[in-house]
Design a protein around this ligand. Structure first.
Ligand SMILES: [Zn+2]
Length: 291
């Protein structure tokens, strides 16, 4: 689009595994093993990353984002637990979407361990509702609960003692995340990016795609710049006259595969909601124009 320059993704120069090339199970650091679920798609990239976290020798671990209730995935997570000699102390969930939370209830039963999440429905009647700022003493380590609303209202990140942060769908290993609509919130999302940035993370362990260890701060700054870029693009489109969301998506996301346009429409609606709240955009019968 003329006059609007896209920010450069710092990961484009990094040596990250290609899509589909993530190992099924990988030890990322002494505290963390990642197990990739077999649910790849346009939205979930390589599939959902489930993280097994615990101090070596503690005999315990927490499972973060169990993912889909899939027998092969369960077997792979149980193999990772066995390799660590660990039993499950808790199942933590970053947000309520099924690709992260579906297995929470059945695995909680299987492991006889509580679910902990911000969403009461995900935590369930025997679970624990997490509060931002909490420090959880679990599996021989401390895990900080970080509010990261934006992608969804209930989204949490988990900061580990090593300085790494498990970011769920707040930040993805490839590309950018979706601010869902109507649940998501662009202003909250930008604040959440700043909150994780200010933690000075040593690594970002994402809900989908490879872990980001080389320069996490650069990725967070890119994400912030990317949101501003999309907003600038939308305003530029609206400067040419009123448009529907579908028309704006077709222009702004012309270079993005069409299968991702429904998600792009959600992020577009979320950005338009921000612009409306700021009094910069008006809606009339499904058509948006500058105020
Ligand atoms: Zn997800």
């Amino acid at each position: 689009m003329p006059g609007v320059t896209a920010p450069v993704d710092p990961r484009s120069g990094w040596d990250l595994p290609a899509p589909g090339q993530l190992p099924r199970t990988a030890d990322l650091e002494p505290l963390v093993t990642r197990v990739l679920a077999p649910n790849p798609s346009g939205m979930t990239l390589d599939g959902t990353n489930t993280y097994v976290v615990g101090a070596p020798g503690s005999g315990q671990a927490v499972v973060v984002d169990p993912g889909p209730a899939d027998d092969a995935h369960l077997a792979a997570v149980e193999a990772a637990l066995t390799a660590r000699g660990a039993r499950v102390a808790a199942v933590l969930v970053t947000h309520h979407h099924g690709d992260h939370a579906e297995a929470a209830a059945p695995w909680s039963q299987r492991f006889d361990a509580p679910v902990a999440a911000a969403d009461t429905a995900v935590a369930g009647p025997r679970g624990r509702v997490l509060e931002p700022g909490e420090q959880l003493a679990l599996a021989g380590t401390r895990i900080g609960v970080v509010a990261t609303p934006g992608h969804t209202a209930d989204h949490l990140a988990f900061r580990l003692e090593s300085g790494a942060v498990l970011v769920g769908d707040h930040v993805l290993g490839r590309g950018t995340s979706v601010v869902t609509h109507p649940e998501g919130d662009v202003v909250a999302y930008l604040e959440s990016l700043r909150r994780v940035h200010d933690l000075g993370p040593s690594a970002l362990y994402c809900g989908h795609g490879p872990e980001l260890t080389e320069d996490p701060i650069a990725v967070l700054e890119f994400y912030t710049a990317h949101r501003a870029y999309r907003e600038t693009q939308l305003v530029a489109v609206l400067e040419t006259g009123p448009h529907s969301v579908e028309e704006m998506v077709a222009t702004v996301y012309a270079a993005v595969p069409r299968q991702l346009w429904p998600a792009a429409a959600q992020s577009t609606r979320a950005t338009l909601a921000k612009l409306r709240a700021e009094g910069r955009v008006e809606e009339l019968a499904g058509s948006f124009r500058l105020a």
